[in-house]
Ligand binder design. Sequence first.
Ligand code: TRP
Ligand code: ZN
Length: 436
Amino acid sequence: MPPTGAEGLGDGFYPFLGNGGYDAIHYEIDLDVDPAANTVSALTSITAQATDDLETFNLDLQGLEVRSVAVDGAGAEFRRSGHELTVRPASPLAAGSQFEVSVSYSGSPETLDDPGVPFSEMGWLHRDGVIYTLGEPSGSMTWFPSNNHPTDKATYEIGITVPEGVTAASNGLLTSETTAGGKTTFEWRMDDPMATYLAAVYIGDFERIDHGPLYDGGPIIRDYVPRGASPDVAQALSVTPDVIAFLEERLGPYPFDAYGTIVMPFPLGLALENQTLSIHGPATIGPGIIAHEAAHQWLGNSVSPDDWTEIWMNEGFATYLHLMFESEHFATDFDATMTQVHAWLSAEGIGPPKGIGIEDLFGPTVYYRGAATLHALRLHTGDETFFEILRTHYDRSAGGTTNTAEFLTLVDEMAGADAVELVEAWLYDEAVPDTL
Ligand code: TRP
Ligand code: ZN
């Protein structure tokens, strides 16, 4: 058998997302987009390191037409089956060697159905002249080839060329904007490790609002709103500096160079924490949901789940922090809020976050029983130990991934076996524990 990179990483919910045999280090994605026709002409180059000897390896790409593939500048054979793009370099790759694979492709990106996200279309979306992407968990493979799993983070440069007058935004910092021959190219750079699902492209008639650095040496805050949006939108977003300050106090310095929100011009009943530039709808820009997506920048984006079955570590933590922020912002009684959450979980018989099926990936089990798990731990340990656990949890895995087992090890170290037992009951037992 020739050495072959595996076509999946064996994720508990998405066994065929990601690929074996190499580590992606850097993505350079260049998209020339016709927003009216919703077509792209694209080149994605991935710098990667082989972890096995490879005669072939896979990338994840769904839809579009692949024109050619090259490895280290030499034409490579390729084959496609579903979202698996199999590449056979002209000469095999040796374990440990670094290589660059370039994929030239074009067409009209397709959306995809993700069984974990029954409430939304996923991937590259086109609506009312606006293009936006929703990647979590699987959708990014509709617009660039990748190792599509959070265990393989990389840095990114994303260049987007659009007709002059149109705005294009993505992750990180806007490093240049150049216009020639009626087209403008926006170059974006993400210098910190990013999971594929958090990469984003936004194209449309948006206005950028710059707020400058949060403090000397702090992240820059910038938002994008539909041109001509009501002043209420900017007003709603003005809570962001308070949100970031609140989260920095509890988790440590903001993980990236920039943060902000992009608001869509049409109703969008959800929000998504795309790295450094979360997408919201006009009706999802309240303080709670802004705090939720901002909290994900630490917990979810900097510290990512190493398997999609660990999703409570994103959503339970973000929900807990957003409820805390909301309570402070509106001066309500936080313990009373959590008591209500507990009563509701009990009344509904909401099952354990670690016992979900894929269809409940982003359901109340994960969000609210996940948040209540943390509150129960806090009541058990007291505030001081709890916040030390929270901060250390973030700190230990910043820029990488984690899982429940690592969290329980930390709880054991800082709060002992009783605390572990309590957290386990919340995460694994069918019944909602009687008391918080
Ligand atoms: N992570 C999002 C949140 O903060 C929820 C979400 C997951 C989502 N996948 C999505 C939203 C896809 C829109 C599209 O709650
Ligand atoms: Zn969330």
